[in-house]
Design a protein around this ligand. Structure first.
Ligand code: PMP
Length: 456
């Protein structure tokens, strides 16, 4: 039996962790947690802690931990057929069944799903399909992709470029030149506090129009956005935003990609964020909630209109030159089937809406009066608490004070995991969709205690 000390040492000496301060970790500083198990909304670790995971891993364990329905489906699939590829018309019963289940749930105008492994590769697929589409339509110059500042779309070369967070660009020579960014629909941080929501939507539209005019609509292929900004701060859009943006895109023949890696399969209290906000995307990115992260699997769902052009493209040019060895992996597909069944059976989409609203209200009651709470916002089972140095002027705390991270640390001491979002002092909450009201009350209570400990 490995002791904690040995594991900890092996970890520090051998393991190159993602999104981690490498030098600190190697020197034995900074957080280290070796997770051993989980049940419902809780995880356990090697130090004997049992923690309420109010971020569902990386907002992905939507059905909660320890669901034997999924682990048994994975084991059964591994015994029968652990792997076969999906190239040249091959597949498995699991991948075909899951494709049918996804398309039964997707908005009506969508036609097919392509399966990948994670959200980043699904967005890489989307951009390639968009470029292919415009080449088939004889518009080789129409290639740029518009993303929003604070958007998160992955951390590959193209997808890290789409991501509108400085940390993902700095010293990586990103963004690539084909990606341009526009205003985030972040009402709390609007440029002029006198703006109403409607004024601010008009401002976002204006910024988009200006960008399109400056670059030329004939050079712009697509606009990508999360229905609710996630990693960039959990920011639901102002009322009317998506309707107004879609009008601009339609006028300039620009495709819309709804990145539903976080919002897909129920997190907002609707099956898809596109349904929730009346979006009519040409492509939808799915990942996390597709399998609740029990196995890696993602997807790109394409509209009927786009599908027809792609199919015509292969008639003219031969086989689509795009595929991963693990596309539509049978084990991921088996996990996806069991997961979507469970979401239906437990009514988790409804619970996300209902208990998510309860969590947001509980936060408002517990923290709303605190002098350093600037904004409490959310949608469905997503909630953010934005901390400010001054409530009136909305000034930020000095970044070096790491105020948000300190509050998250004080919560962890009390057994609750929240996430300090990467830009600004924003506490993020995205619990499993099976959260109960009692658990929501507990999260809100612990957040209030931690805030008082750090900020008085
Ligand atoms: N899109 C969105 C909206 C995401 O939140 C994420 C991951 N947080 C990704 C894409 C990238 O997914 P992955 O980390 O699985 O590559």
């Amino acid at each position: 039996m490995l002791t904690n000390d040995i594991l900890s040492q092996w970890d520090r000496e051998n393991f190159f962790h993602p999104s981690t301060h490498l030098g600190q970790f190697a020197r034995g500083e900074g957080a280290q947690r070796i997770v051993t198990g989980g049940e419902g909304c809780h995880i356990t670790d090697r130090d004997g802690n049992r923690l309420l995971d109010a971020f569902a891993g990386l907002y992905c364990v939507n059905v909660g931990y320890g669901r034997t329905e999924i682990s048994e489906a994975i084991a059964k699939q591994a015994r029968e057929l652990a792997y076969y590829h999906a190239y040249a018309g091959h597949g498995s019963e699991a991948s075909i069944t899951l494709a049918k289940m996804v398309m039964d749930r997707a908005p009506d105008h969508m036609a097919r799903v392509y399966f990948g492994l994670g959200g980043s590769d699904a967005n890489e697929t989307n951009v390639k399909l968009i470029w292919y589409y415009n080449n088939i339509l004889g518009r080789p110059a129409k290639k740029k992709i518009i993303s929003r500042w604070r958007g998160y779309h992955g951390s590959g070369l193209m997808t890290g470029s789409l991501t509108g967070l400085e940390l993902f660009h700095k010293k990586f020579d990103l963004p690539l030149t084909q990606v341009i960014h526009t205003e985030a629909p972040y009402y709390f941080r609007r440029p002029d506090l006198a703006m109403t929501e409607a004024d601010f939507v008009a401002h976002c539209v204006d910024e988009l129009e200006k960008l399109i005019a400056a670059e030329g609509a004939d050079t712009i292929a697509a606009f990508i956005g999360e229905p609710v900004l996630g990693t960039g701060g959990i920011v639901p859009p102002p009322a009317g935003y998506w309707e107004a943006i879609q009008k601009v895109l339609a006028r300039h023949d620009i495709l819309l990609v709804a990145d539903e890696v976080v919002t897909g399969f129920g997190r907002l209290g609707s099956m898809f964020g596109s349904d929730h906000y009346g979006m009519k995307p040409d492509l939808i990115t799915i990942a996390k909630g597709l399998t609740s992260a029990y196995a890696p699997l993602s997807g790109s769902i394409v509209s009927s209109a786009m599908w027809e052009v792609l199919a015509r493209g292969t008639d003219e040019n031969g086989v689509l030159g795009h595929g991963w060895t693990y596309s539509a992996h049978p084990i991921g597909a088996a996990a996806g089937i069991a997961n979507l069944d469970l979401i239906d059976r437990l009514g988790l989409v409804e619970n996300a809406g209902k208990t998510g609203a309860y969590l947001n209200r509980a936060m408002a009651v517990a923290l709303g009066d605190h002098a350093h709470v600037g904004d409490i916002r959310g949608e469905g089972m997503l909630c953010a608490v934005e901390l400010v140095a001054d409530r009136e002027t909305r000034t930020f705390f000095d970044a070096s004070a790491t105020t948000g991270a300190k509050v998250v640390g004080a919560m962890l001491k009390r057994g609750v995991i929240a996430r300090a979002m990467p830009q600004g002092d924003i506490l993020g909450f995205a619990p499993p969709l099976c959260l109960t009201e009692a658990e929501a009350d507990h999260i809100a209570g612990v957040t209030a205690e931690a805030l008082r400990e750090v900020l008085g």
